[in-house]
Write a protein that binds this ligand. Structure first.
Ligand code: ADP
Ligand code: MG
Ligand code: MG
Length: 875
């Protein structure tokens, strides 16, 4: 097996074995860009390393030696040589970019002798010792496992002692002092001297990078991003170039377009006298890339040309790492840049306009789930704002929450249901769980390409960086802005688009869709074959759905209409009725209310179908809860309440008891209610039909569809269908106006799917209720399963996903497929859709398309997502 590839030997399409970084370094080398020479140890080697019991096999070691020899030949330098030492970086790089999650060691090859060599060779001892101390620290933490903190502590002490504030102020003698202390630290922790042999350093560093594939933060990152655990990482060994050689040197990161807005402009940062890590780590706040234009105009123009070339080559916005060594430019990395959803959409649409990609490619570029971010609320422009501080607008969006100063608290408070804003001096990959839990992030140090900024943009969370006005005291858990102190728990808001930190919680308003977003969705509509409907229960949601492009309502739940506070007493009256007359009386009061509801929705959805589901939940959901009733009753008795009132309460309690069920979700609900209380369904249908007639008489084109829930046996549907037809006849008689209305059913019980042919004979349409269908297929009670064991199942990969979020293709999907085939065999034009939560999830939407459904229905805010996902399924 070939474990080692020189950069010259690789290509961009070899990501699987070279990792993203290695493959792109190879591609750039081929293209003749100024990339320092090097070689890549493959991901295959990494997996082999683990299989061999975490050791480098002899074959691997030999090939690494060969790669090294070739590198030495090309550079004319030698690893360990004092006259002309070769220094290398040992860099991780997996197939999927996992920025900052794994480890990298720079300046490897230095020891007590080669550092002298480097000093005299460059006539720059200050630089040489700076490199050595960096190497000691990186090797010490990455390979020897000594916490960063210890090294930083030593450095801080030396700086404080000499009264320095910034690293570049330290001179040769100071670095020597730091180095002595570092070596003592290593000795104390490892009971051995710092390894002086460069070959040993190299082999150990390669192993450490392999190991870093399985460090905690990389594991967490993979879990969040659903990256498989068995890919392994490649290792890149590359000749060092030095941005820390002097004022004509430096290092930077730049995006070819603005990763927040998508605007076509070079966007990035540059730090003079620095090595790579300094920029991303946010140790010093760097200068904007444009400063380079004045400082090093030649480098700037050379860089812009390369940036343009790379973007054209990869047909996507690039995130480029570069270093300038004594006026010479080197490119160290390029990758497709992370961006906000807003930027992603703009960039994709712009690239089509620039004829770099086509419409289909643009559609495929956008993760449908990221669109959520575009529908996020923003600060009401009319609101009066109290601006506390301003920092860099690192990731747009607005959020309010309670201030916390560490990731653990952020996570804990969020799990208690609090919204939090995480405030840190800077963030590191160890804070990832806190960032995940927070509504937004503020850092006092670091720039637009710092860790916090990149991660927040990736997650679509608002973030402000480099907010230097904020002085944070982590020990006291407070920070000060000018004179004012802000404590943990205080409420603040952030506006990531402008970089403003605001006092208190500010009012937010609904977003508007950008022109590019509309454009992309129009392209999606051109290619998709499935319709997209929305689940909406009231005219406001219906209007929203329509505005987002819904082609009808796939699920209008009628129970929400029963839950309105002023109606609950009447609904309870209806439930508590002892006789049919009493019940009819209550229902008559509800009828005009329901009719108004339907009129509102049907009017809003003029010209489009509206599927109305008859009452579904068990009746006890409309009654007070038993425990509180008992408490109330006891209190009434103790306080000597009027016996008549007490008797009423007792009646209520009796009824509540009688309606109690062991498994309410499998109990008296859905069409089972309609079977036992036909007058309830009759009232609802009457309301639908009367509303229809009224609007049709006004000349409106309204298209209701009546849907019967929870059918398991065709006879249930038959009975309910007869009931609906009966009411239709009655309404026609009363109004003299015929009502034509499709009558269909939900398929949400496995038996219904299995006997879909029989059911199809009685149904004009099927709507797959995949929430219940998943519950009943798995035998999981959704409300119990999610909290109790499902998350464990997912964590331990017993199940690939939570089946309530992502449709289970093999089980539930198979039932849908079967029902589709059975149903169509009997009735070829039967209309088929899905109305469960899955209708707004991309992989489930793809599954629906493959099965051949006519439409998906989802919540109004998910409609744009579904339009895009339905298009992607087609491509
Ligand atoms: P990450 O994946 O965390 O970005 P990298 O391997 O890209 O890690 O390296 C970390 C930093 O070190 C980057 O800023 C990179 O540009 C810099 N770096 C890596 N290799 C070299 C090199 N050969 N010469 C100079 N700087 C380097
Ligand atoms: Mg990098
Ligand atoms: Mg259901």
């Amino acid at each position: 097996t070939k474990y080692v590839y020189l950069f010259e030997e690789g290509r961009a399409d070899m990501k699987n074995i070279l990792g993203g970084k290695g493959a792109n370094l190879a591609e750039m080398t081929r293209a003749g860009l100024p990339v320092p020479p090097g070689f890549t140890v493959t991901t295959t080697a990494c997996n082999e390393y683990y299989r061999a019991g975490r050791t480098l096999t002899n074959t691997m070691k030999e090939q690494i030696e060969q790669g090294l020899a070739e590198l030495e030949r090309r550079t004319g330098k030698k690893l360990g040589s004092v006259q002309n030492p070769l220094l290398v970086s040992v860099r991780s790089g997996s197939v999927y970019s996992m920025p900052g999650m794994m480890d990298t060691v720079l300046n490897l090859g230095l020891n007590d002798e080669t550092v002298e060599g480097l000093a005299s060779l460059t006539a720059n001892p200050r630089f040489a010792y700076d490199c050595y101390r960096r190497f000691l620290q990186m090797f010490g933490s990455v390979v020897l496992g000594i916490d960063h903190f210890h090294f930083e502590h030593i450095l801080d002490e030396v700086k404080e002692h000499y009264g320095f504030t910034q690293d570049p102020e330290l001179r040769e003698e100071h670095w020597k002092e730091v180095i002595q202390a570092y070596k003592a630290l290593v000795k104390k922790h490892t009971r051995a001297d710092f390894p002086q042999d460069p070959r040993e350093q190299l082999m150990r560093a390669i192993q450490a990078v392999f190991q870093s594939w399985n460090n905690q933060r990389a594991i967490v990152y993979r879990r969040i991003h659903k990256i498989p655990d068995d890919l392994g990482t490649a290792v890149n060994v590359q000749m060092m170039v030095f941005g820390n050689m002097g004022d004509d040197s430096g290092t930077g990161v730049a995006f070819t377009r603005n990763p927040s807005t998508g605007e076509k402009e070079l966007f990035g940062e540059f730090l003079v006298r620095a090595q790579g890590e300094d920029v991303v780590a946010g140790i010093r706040t760097p200068q904007p890339i444009h400063a380079l234009r004045e400082r090093m105009p030649d480098i700037y123009s050379q860089f812009t040309k390369i940036a343009e070339l790379l973007e054209k080559h990869y047909k996507d916005m690039q995130d480029i790492e570069f270093t300038v060594e004594r006026g010479r430019l080197f490119i160290l990395q390029t990758r497709n840049g992370k961006r906000t959803a807003h930027a992603a959409v703009k960039i994709a649409v712009d690239l089509v306009k620039e004829q770099i990609i086509n419409k289909e490619e643009a559609i495929m570029r956008i993760d449908p789930h990221s669109l959520d971010q575009l529908l996020h609320r923003r600060i009401d422009p009319a609101a009066k704002l109290d601006v506390l501080a301003k920092g860099l607008p690192a990731s747009p969006g607005a959020a309010s929450g309670h201030v916390v100063f560490d990731a653990d608290t952020a996570e804990r408070w969020a799990s208690e249901g609090k919204r939090v804003i995480l405030v840190r001096p800077e963030t590191t990959p160890e804070d990832i769980h806190g960032i995940l839990a927070a509504q937004g992030i503020i850092t006092s140090r670091g720039g637009m390409t710092s860790h916090a900024a990149v991660v927040a943009r990736g997650m679509g969370k608002p973030c402000i960086c480099g907010c230097e006005m904020i002085r944070i005291d982590l020990r006291k858990k407070e920070c000060t802005i000018r004179e004012e102190t802000i404590h943990e728990g205080d409420l603040i808001s952030i506006d990531g688009g402008t970089g403003r930190v605001l006092r208190g919680a500010v009012p937010l308003i609904d977003p508007e869709l950008s022109a590019e977003f509309q454009q992309l969705l129009t392209w999606a509509d051109e290619v998709r074959k499935m319709e997209v409907r929305a689940n909406a229960d009231n005219p406001e949601d219906a209007a929203k759905a329509r505005a987002f492009g819904a082609q009808g309502i796939g699920l209008c739940r009628t129970e929400h209409m029963f839950m309105e506070p002023e109606r609950v007493p009447i609904v309870q009256e209806m439930i508590l009725a002892e006789t049919e007359e009493e019940r009819t009386e209550a229902l008559e009061k509800l009828l005009p209310m329901q009719q108004r509801d339907f009129e509102g929705i049907l009017r809003e959805m003029e010209g489009l179908p509206v599927t109305i589901r008859l009452l579904d939940p068990p009746l006890h959901e409309f009654l007070p809860n038993m425990e509180s009733l008992i408490v109330e009753l006891t209190q009434m008795r103790l306080s000597g309440e009027d016996p008549r009132t007490i008797r009423q309460k007792e009646n209520l309690l009796r009824k509540v008891r009688a309606l109690q069920e062991f498994n309410p979700m499998l109990g008296h609900r859905g069409c089972r209610l309609g079977m036992t209380f036909p007058e309830i369904y009759a009232m609802q249908v009457k309301a639908i039909f009367q509303a229809t007639v009224k609007l049709q008489q006004e000349g409106l084109d309204v298209r209701p569809e009546v849907m019967i829930p929870l059918v398991g046996h065709v006879n249930e549907l038959k009975a309910m269908r007869d009931l609906v037809l009966q009411v239709a006849a009655q309404v026609r008689e009363e109004t003299g106006h015929p009502v034509v209305c499709p009558i269909g059913t939900m398929i949400e019980i496995p038996r219904a799917a299995l006997t879909a042919d029989e059911i199809a004979a009685e149904a004009d349409f099927f709507s797959f209720g995949t929430n219940d269908l998943t519950q009943t297929t798995y035998g999981f009670s959704r409300d119990d399963a999610e909290g109790k064991f499902l998350h464990k199942y997912v964590q331990h990969k017993i199940l690939p996903d939570n089946p309530f979020e992502v449709l289970d293709r093999h089980g539930v999907g198979k039932l849908i497929q079967m029902a589709t085939e059975l149903g169509r065999a009997v009735k070829s034009d039967i209309k088929l859709g899905i109305c469960g939560e899955h209708g707004g999830e991309k992989s489930s939407i793809e599954c629906c398309y493959q099965i051949g459904l006519d439409y998906v229905s989802c919540s109004p805010f998910r409609v744009p997502l579904a339009r895009l996902a339905a298009a992607q399924a087609t491509i």
